[in-house]
Design a protein around this ligand. Structure first.
Ligand code: UD1
Ligand code: PEP
Length: 440
């Protein structure tokens, strides 16, 4: 950073200044949202699992602590900080700290099957996570009921009790493609060792990576847009398993937006490009050349002209749809690109209420059509200001916006950003961003 004129701060912030186009090569971490269900799947299988490429973000750390409170042992091979060994519960009692700690993350709901397997009962608080609107769980309860379980809810949380009265195949038809409920159904089938037919499933990489992990454990798993069909292996095994967390598609998409926003050229490694396909399609539509290799993306935004195409970024749970978490960094990018661009996120109805006021502080002019739909016309000139990461993706979008805003942007609320990314600012800095941490 070439200036010391950072506004006074009262809590830790990141200060960002615009600079030359970003350039270079960077490798993404493992995906938080894929690591969380894989850790829960390891616990549900009650078989030793070595999980590689585990990211060091706060939500994953929280999940590892929850597994320990639930009686599982966690080990790390010496010298391999991103590898975690999950060793199954020895049947000890659940630590009382579990309840309070589970309220910190949304994904604590993935622990229900593992708790049922070990204790026939799961009592958990309403999940936490990003404050992005009403975030229901009733489809999870429908899944558990279909397996014969009972559940009860109160103001503090919910309890599921296993009633293993049935055998044979279980069929569940989801009314919408909930990722959480899809994984709940899969893990519930795992602990029951019953075949599952899950209709109208979520097929995001976070779900399919659990299916691939179960295949490595001997389960048969087929998935298409209509159905996930799962069946247990003929005999149980206690052989250790080795799984790998896929690279973080959202981190990769955010870094691609940052490269594009500055007109830079760079390479993002460690992500399956098929996981980022909807983001790549949006970038190309906007006139940003992106080459997709199997495990890397190359962004060539230098010396290219924007397309002037209007973007329609509609968050979707459908196969091949635009993941809701891609929307915020895309919104930050399009503020700098010509055209009138439309954004809609009805999946997370509180997202725009978080993101838009923060972008407005930077001078963005965004027309709210409704609480979940907005339109903006670019290019707009943004000016540095103090902003707040009110949820993970609002934080990463503000990093993209701050890189292009004139003057100094200070980003607070870093605990939200760190829930999802171990160190996104360092990755941006590796690409040449003028960025530093400021403590009060
Ligand atoms: C830990 C994790 O992976 N979080 C992701 C997950 O969250 P989340 O757990 O919210 O995702 P789901 O796909 O299950 O839910 C999608 C929407 O349906 C609602 N719903 C879901 C289940 C239910 O029983 N009732 C109900 O109303 C949710 O509140 C949400 O509004 O998917 C979202 C949509 O892609 C992402 O933005 C989040 O990053
Ligand atoms: C919304 C997110 O996470 P969570 O569901 O854990 O709150 C996210 O990862 O952007």
């Amino acid at each position: 950073m070439t200036t010391t004129q950072v506004p006074a701060v009262t809590s830790e912030v990141i200060a960002i200044r615009p600079g030359p186009p970003l350039a270079g090569t960077v490798t993404v971490d493992g995906s938080k949202n894929a690591a969380l269900p894989l850790l829960a799947a390891a616990a549900a299988l009650r078989r030793p699992v070595q999980l590689a490429n585990v990211p060091a973000n706060a939500d994953v750390q929280a999940m590892l602590t929850l597994l320990q409170y639930a009686g599982h042992r966690i080990a790390r091979p010496v010298g391999e900080p991103n590898t975690v060994l999950v060793l199954s519960s020895d049947g000890t009692r659940i630590a009382p700290e579990l309840f309070e700690a589970a309220a910190r993350i949304r994904a604590s709901y993935y622990l229900v099957p593992a708790l049922l397997a070990a204790h026939d009962r799961a009592s958990l608080p309403w999940p936490g996570g990003c404050p992005i609107g009403e975030r229901g769980m009733e489809q999870h309860f429908r899944v558990y009921e279909t397996f014969g379980d009972r559940y009860a809810v109160d103001d503090h949380g919910y309890t599921v009790e296993a009633r293993n009265t049935h055998n044979g195949s279980v069929s569940v038809m989801l009314p919408f493609r909930s990722r959480g409920a899809s994984i709940a159904a899969i893990l519930r089938a795992v602990i029951a060792r019953r075949p599952l037919r899950l209709g109208h499933p979520n097929l995001s990489p976070e779900v399919t990576s659990v299916l691939v992990a179960l295949q490595a454990a001997g389960w048969s798993a087929q998935a298409n847009e209509r159905l996930i069909a799962l069946a247990p292996p003929a005999s149980a095994s206690q052989e250790p398993l080795a799984w790998t967390v896929p690279g973080d598609k959202i981190e990769a998409g955010t870094l691609a937006c940052a490269l594009a926003a500055t007109g830079g050229n760079g390479r993002i490694e460690g992500v399956h490009s098929k996981d980022v396909a909807p983001m790549v399609a949006a970038l190309r539509w906007l006139g940003v050349p992106v080459a997709a290799q199997e495990n890397a993306l190359t962004v060539h935004a230098a010396d290219t002209q924007p397309s002037h195409h209007p973007l329609r970024a509609i968050a979707s749970l459908s196969p091949g749809g635009l993941d809701a978490d891609f929307e915020p960094p895309l919104m930050a990018l399009t503020l700098g690109l010509p055209g009138t661009h439309l954004f809609a996120d009805t999946i997370n109805p509180g997202r725009h209420g978080n993101l838009l006021p923060q972008l407005t502080r930077l001078g963005a002019d965004i027309h709210e059509i409704s609480p979940t739909q907005c339109r903006l016309t670019g290019p707009q000139r943004l000016t540095g200001a103090g902003v707040e990461a009110t949820d993970i993706r609002t934080g990463s979008a503000l990093l993209v916006a701050g890189i292009t805003a004139h003057g100094v942007t200070t980003l607070g609320g870093l605990e939200q950003l760190r829930r999802g990314h171990a160190d996104l600012p360092t990755k941006l800095r590796a690409l040449g961003a003028d960025i530093c941490e400021v403590t009060p």
